[in-house]
Design a binder for this molecule. Structure first.
Ligand SMILES: *Cc1c(COP(=O)(O)O)cnc(C)c1O
Length: 486
């Protein structure tokens, strides 16, 4: 039985600023008596110094420990944020990333001193090629959106090289907002491709919209409804027939590792989100990594420098006249690459396949167990995430936002809400492969309990969250005038 249990929602301690806490003369350490003469500073160094509060050791330790408990992450509990793949990141990969040889390597070291780091990058590119059936990879982009920009710049350079300036880019209306934004940044007007009653793109729509003014299409597969674009092969053919290229948004790769090779389906260029699929913690604004893979057609346009193996030496090569140039200072976020490399090696090919299989199984389990309680947007087998709506709860005046806020009271991070835009009041749930059956069952039972509350006492949802440190916020004011102290 799920529901509120003592301790589920946490012991949350308030904490003032250190400046409000300190007392003059307090100190966190004791030094031996001074046995040399005191000298006072002159000139620029003179003065009172910065205004630091005086604190004891325990005050400082409690301050930061308490602040750390205000944060919710995958190490705290289930974080079923659809499209974001908030899976647990094994600590062994953190350990590899913090090895001195990797963590302290300076990007300006000569190649002869960085052979290990370059080999890691070279091998990681190879693993990503294997996994997707693509021909070459750059690790430079700093995030998924940056990978999209890189990919679309390459598509632009490809058409330009052929003496063509195309003006439009097809983007399905289930796409992540970064897709049309990346297209627009490269000068393309995004043209929406509607989804059909099954939640995927129709061949006829693409055929009608694709013309010789259109640079290509951006496809997320599985799409943000968690559904596989079953017509992808035909769609790729139509786009290619008109001289366009196919961009694959690979943010949802966690659903298909080892099962689907995008290169063989007809995708020309795609990005990965190492910070979603390959074991880098994310969501707190830390560095990400969005490598981009291409087929032979686009390989000459990849950013430089590229990592190459010449005889037995790894080299950073810049001699590519058609390259779009650099996308990052230096080579990208190396620490994230180490985590991904370590994750891929520790999982192995079979392990990655199993991870995807479990991610899909878990999402379908949730879909089946909740579809009598919540309205299911598209009632068919899903991939790594399932999308419900608030259509049934709306009858009682309860919305998706209320349901999400109530989940916080029960100790769960809410799923993604109001996205994708094609589902009214969407609740998009991605459990990932790393949750246990017990935790998933608890999450399901909790959502059922919340649906019951919605019928019997909707005010509980309207006022939620009531057990968290911060109550229901005016979300607009919170974004525009943030209060950054406890
Ligand atoms: C997360 C995501 C992106 C953007 O990736 P970032 O690393 O956040 O820039 C793009 N497309 C989809 C489908 C995503 O889920």
């Amino acid at each position: 039985m799920s529901g509120y249990r003592q301790g589920d929602s946490g012991l949350i301690l308030n904490e003032p600023l250190l400046w409000e806490k300190g007392k003059k003369g307090r100190c966190g350490f004791s030094l031996p008596e001074c046995d040399v003469d005191e000298v006072s500073f002159e000139g620029d160094l003179a003065g009172d110094g910065p205004d630091f509060p005086d604190l004891s050791e325990v005050e400082v330790v409690r301050h930061y420990t308490r602040l750390s408990t205000w944060n919710f992450g995958v190490d705290t509990g289930m974080y079923p944020l659809g499209s974001c793949t908030m899976k647990y990141n094994p600590k062994v990969n953190e350990r590899q990333a913090s090895l001195t040889g990797f963590a302290d390597a300076h990007p300006l070291l000569p190649e002869v001193r960085t052979q290990g780091a370059l080999k890691l990058m070279y091998d990681l590119e190879h693993f990503l090629k294997e996994l997707t059936g693509m021909d070459a990879v750059t690790l430079q982009p700093a995030a998924g959106a940056h990978g999209e920009l890189t990919g679309i710049l390459m598509i632009y350079a490809y058409h330009k090289k052929k003496g063509q300036i195309r003006t439009k880019m097809l983007v399905p209306d289930t796409a992540h907002g970064t897709n049309p934004a990346s297209g627009a940044l490269c000068g393309y007007t995004p043209v929406a491709v509607p989804v059909n009653g099954e939640g995927i793109m129709r061949v006829e729509d693409v055929r009608e919209l694709m013309d010789e003014d259109t640079a290509g299409i951006m496809v997320t597969n599985p799409n943000t409804l968690g559904l596989f674009e079953e017509n992808i092969r035909e769609i790729c053919e139509i786009v290619h027939d008109k001289g366009g290229l196919v961009y694959g948004d690979g943010a949802n790769l966690n659903a298909i590792m080892g099962y689907v090779k995008m290169g063989e389906i007809g995708v020309d260029v795609m990005h990965f989100n190492l910070h979603k699929t390959f074991s880098t913690p994310h969501g707190g604004g830390g560095p990400g990594s969005g490598p981009v893979a291409v087929n032979k057609t686009l390989e000459p346009f990849l950013p430089v420098p590229r990592v190459e193996k010449i005889q037995d030496t790894y080299r950073l090569v810049t001699d590519y006249p058609d390259s779009i140039g650099r996308m990052m200072t230096f080579y990208g976020h190396f620490g994230v690459m180490v985590r991904a490399y370590s994750y891929i090696l520790s999982m192995g090919a079979e392990g990655l396949k199993e991870a995807s299989a479990h991610a899909v199984l878990n999402a379908n389990y949730i879909k089946e167990r909740l579809k009598d309680t919540f309205h299911l947007a598209f009632d068919k087998t899903c991939m790594h995430e399932c999308v419900f709506s608030d259509a049934r709860q709306e009858e009682d005046g309860v919305t998706t936002l209320d349901i999400a806020k109530r989940l916080i009271d029960y100790g769960f991070h809410p799923p993604t809400i109001y996205f994708p835009l094609v589902v009214h009041g969407a609740l998009m749930i991605e459990p990932t492969e790393t949750e246990t059956k017990e935790d998933i069952d608890n999450f399901i039972d909790t959502l059922k309990a919340i649906a019951k509350e919605a019928k019997e006492s909707p005010e509980l949802l309207k006022n939620a969250p009531t057990r968290s440190k911060v109550r229901r916020l005016d979300e607009t004011a919170a974004a525009r005038k943030p209060c950054l102290c406890g």
